[in-house]
Design a protein around this ligand. Sequence first.
Ligand code: PMP
Length: 454
Amino acid sequence: MSALEAGARRSTIMDTNSFRPEHAAALDAHTRELTARRQRVLGESYRLFYREPVHLVRGSGAYLWDADGRQYLDMYNNVPSIGHAHPAVVAAVHEQMSRLNIHTRYLHERILDYSDQLLATMPSELDRVMYLCTGSEANDLAIRVAREATGGRAVIVTREAYHGNTELVSAHSPSLGSGQAMDPDIILVDPPDGYRQRVDDLGSWFARAVREGIERSERRGVRVAALLMDSMFSSDGVFPATPGDLAAAVAEVRAHGGVVIADEVQPGFGRTGESFWGFGRHGLVPELVTLGKPMGNGIPISAVVAQQTVLAAFSDRVPYFNTFGGNPVSIAAAQATLRVIQEEQLMQRARIVGDQVRAALVDLSARHPLIGDVRGAGQFTGLELVVDRDTREPASAAALDVIEGLRRRRVLTSVAGPEGNVLKLRPPLAFGSEDISWLIEALDESLTDAAIGG
Ligand code: PMP
């Protein structure tokens, strides 16, 4: 009997919106065959989105097209930040790939130019950057650096966090479910959930949770190394909190000898609209920052940005090399992406359009009691569905029905949070005001269907 059959806790991020073999009977013959073939060659760990999987062949801006030529609105993917198949990235990658692609043990100006451009978007204390290929690798390295710098071991993460898939980082990603063993020294804290924690001062409440976690760990003889935190708490259910709410918790970590790792894999690169970085929105200067996903608009590239004083203990002892990390082609993609975000003022666009999206969702909530909360910052919105607005009981089944309903109306998104009842609306920044009516009409119909059990 598998762990899941034995009643273990499923992975919230991997198993909630997920195709299962029992859905196969309802599929057309071609989709059924592709799905079976995929399972045969890729194996059981892979999960497909949706009861009826989507077969995509093309993208542009915030739109995707399936193999039958049907157009979809992408409300989910933050990797193609400046838009799917963006011509500036295509051209930059093509030009650099036609000339040279090589690892970082030779001199190359492009990596230096980009590093200067990237560091210019951050507070001056953050003055070193190391390149990798994935967000997981970046968090893995950041934890190693934090442990080296502080002499502590324990890493604080939130209850449904996801930080990646290496051995070290999986062990700090509780959203993978109970099949994944957690690090014995992990410190788990509840996220600053301003909807369910009915407290006057969320910042003090979160700081206390962090302090109590550290003190529990210290009583076991384990000192804290880091608070590893996605400032939008994406997989916890999207909690923007009020800017400033994280400062007291950060002060607790530092008072106990730890450092802060800001995981910017989701909120980074202008998405939250108010600041180029999620930590900036909260007025923080972390010791370490990890970047990924949108950095290369689809080309794998990630980074750890660090304060030199924190990095020193690690770099004095351990040399670093990553064959593909920071190669000229990845850097060309990242450079083009950053340039477009800045030149086209996509951060400002995220703020304006994101506010419009949330205003339209609040209007919609007047007609749909299923909507319990609308929250977010910039182009990062959580739409929490509840059975009852007073008890705030999570409407998990309805949320799944709604995302399936949206999928039928060709709007792609997914769910987050421990109960899978928060729709995560996180489109490419190419999403514009003109796309809002498609989203709202599809949601209106899907919520109506879900409310009547359709
Ligand atoms: N951190 C966060 C907050 C993430 O959302 C993810 C990916 N979903 C990662 C880290 C890991 O990134 P990658 O999949 O590129 O390894």
